[in-house]
Design a protein around this ligand. Structure first.
Ligand code: FES
Ligand SMILES: [Fe+2]
Length: 458
């Protein structure tokens, strides 16, 4: 145990995430691990969030060199399926071909028109430009050029669509603009080892909501990397979520995580709650997957009951056997962040993807995608991948049909505070953020890794 971990233990005696998680039984090794390297406790200048120059450097030196999550395998399951991934003004069309996944720059080789509109997804037998109908095979070779005799200077064999790299892991499809980058598996560092028992290839995107947010992509992601704000921005969660005593781990340049206990009170909560009361008020996350409420047996916890319910439901509805899994692996918010901008939550009770990106070429705007995962039906049953629901900055998550109402209201609270933070950054005399040593350590870590890219050290 290092100094930071000892401090956390001293502040939350018998009430750290490890204490809560181990109360219901042994944990797998990956959940027992803790990792909190020393950091440079410098202030973080706000121009890293607001400056167009900094934004341009991020695009050139970071975004064009990192592996970035674009979509799931099920979005591009059949030959001809395509999915458009946008990053600021960059845009890629990911296509399933006979020879696997390909990613093409979304720009026609004639006069540059986008081959598919931003945000689009669907099926097509070929990629045909909407302007003068230049057309490419799914494999990227020229299929047809109207009036081709007018282009004697064009070498048809060389007029293939330029590609980016596409690789997938655990059902998650990533792209990389950098031809020289390490493989995706290398980039993911400890993540594949941590997810060894959390196979998400049999899961699919059930609901997909995209919201346009008021603020830089890092500002948006920051709000989801700490629960320091939870008792103040989401007071209704205080009695049922372990926020300030959440566990934060930094494993390597690209991978960090937080582990947040459900159905346990915040250390800030003053309310005495029985295990039954905790279970009854447990509404966090995708509530519909937890199912009917029941009584907490003598000597058991609300957390144990919830985990048993999810296990029973997974077996009955999907034929998935989670009998050997620990309680937190079923119900907790286990959030793994992959640098720069995506979080994967593997627990069946709260299986999510959250993605944060620049929105156009504007440091002050971002796009937030939230995808809720569900298991594919047993026996190869049919399922529909969730259609994209896109909402504007002024539209509430609560207005989205089918979204868990509790989760929606929490996300709306986060959006509101983001707007105030952005405005305050511009109004600031100090011009920089002062981050805490533990709860906000992962925000600092993102900035540290970002610096490595900007300084050419990665
Ligand atoms: S711009 Fe695409 S065919 Fe002309
Ligand atoms: Fe929040």
């Amino acid at each position: 145990m290092n100094d930071i971990q000892a401090l956390v233990r001293a502040h939350y005696p018998d009430n750290t995430w490890q204490d809560i998680a181990q109360r219901d039984g042994a944990l797998p090794e990956v959940l027992k691990a803790q990792s909190n390297p020393d950091q440079n406790l410098r202030d973080i200048p706000f121009d890293r969030y607001t400056s167009p120059d900094f934004f341009n450097r991020e695009i050139e030196h970071m975004w064009k060199r990192v592996w970035q999550f674009a979509c799931r395998d099920e979005h591009v399951a059949e030959v001809g399926d395509y999915y458009v991934y946008d990053l600021a003004r960059l845009s890629i069309v990911i296509v399933r071909t006979e020879n696997g996944l390909k990613g093409y720059y979304n720009s026609c080789l004639h006069r540059g028109t986008k081959l598919k509109p931003s945000g689009d997804a669907g099926w097509a037998p070929s990629l045909r430009c909407p302007y003068h109908a230049w057309e490419w095979n799914l494999e990227g070779t020229v299929k047809n050029i109207p009036c081709e005799w007018e282009f004697p200077q064009l070498d048809r064999a060389k007029a293939c669509l330029p590609e980016v790299r596409v690789e997938s892991w655990n059902g998650f499809v990533f792209i990389n603009f950098d031809k020289e980058a390490p493989s995706l598996l290398d980039y993911l560092e400890v993540l594949p080892e941590h997810f060894r028992n959390w196979d998400l290839t049999g899961w699919y995107v059930h609901t997909h909501v995209r919201k346009h947010l008021p603020g830089n992509w890092k500002l948006a992601q920051d709000a989801f990397m700490e629960a320091y704000h939870t008792p103040y921005v989401h007071p209704e969660m205080t009695h049922v979520v372990g926020d300030h005593n959440m566990q934060h781990d930094i494993f390597s340049d690209h991978i960090s995580r937080d582990l947040c206990a459900m159905a346990t009170p915040s250390p800030t909560s003053t309310m005495e709650m029985s295990q039954q009361a905790l279970l009854d008020s447990m509404l966090v996350g995708d509530g519909s997957i937890v199912g009917e409420r029941t009584l907490v047996p003598e000597g058991k916890t609300a957390r144990w009951v919830m985990a048993e319910q999810v296990k029973a439901q997974m077996l009955a509805d999907y034929g998935l056997d989670y009998s050997k899994f620990s309680v937190p692996e079923m119900i907790d918010s286990l959030k793994y962040n992959v640098f720069p901008n995506v979080a994967f939550y593997p627990a069946p009770g709260l299986a999510l993807i959250q993605l944060f990106r620049p929105d156009g070429h504007d440091p002050d705007k971002s796009i937030f995608d939230q995808m809720v995962l569900r298991p594919k039906p047993a026996n190869n049953g049919a399922f529909d991948v969730g259609e994209l629901i896109e909402i504007g900055e002024d539209e509430a998550f609560a207005s989205v049909e089918g979204m868990d109402p509790f989760l929606a209201s929490v996300l709306d609270q986060d959006t509101d505070i983001m707007r105030w933070q952005r405005e305050g950054m511009y109004a600031s005399h100090k011009g920089a953020a002062t981050l805490s040593i533990y709860q906000e350590s992962r925000l600092r870590h993102v900035q540290d890794t970002l610096d490595k890219y900007l300084e050419g050290k990665k």
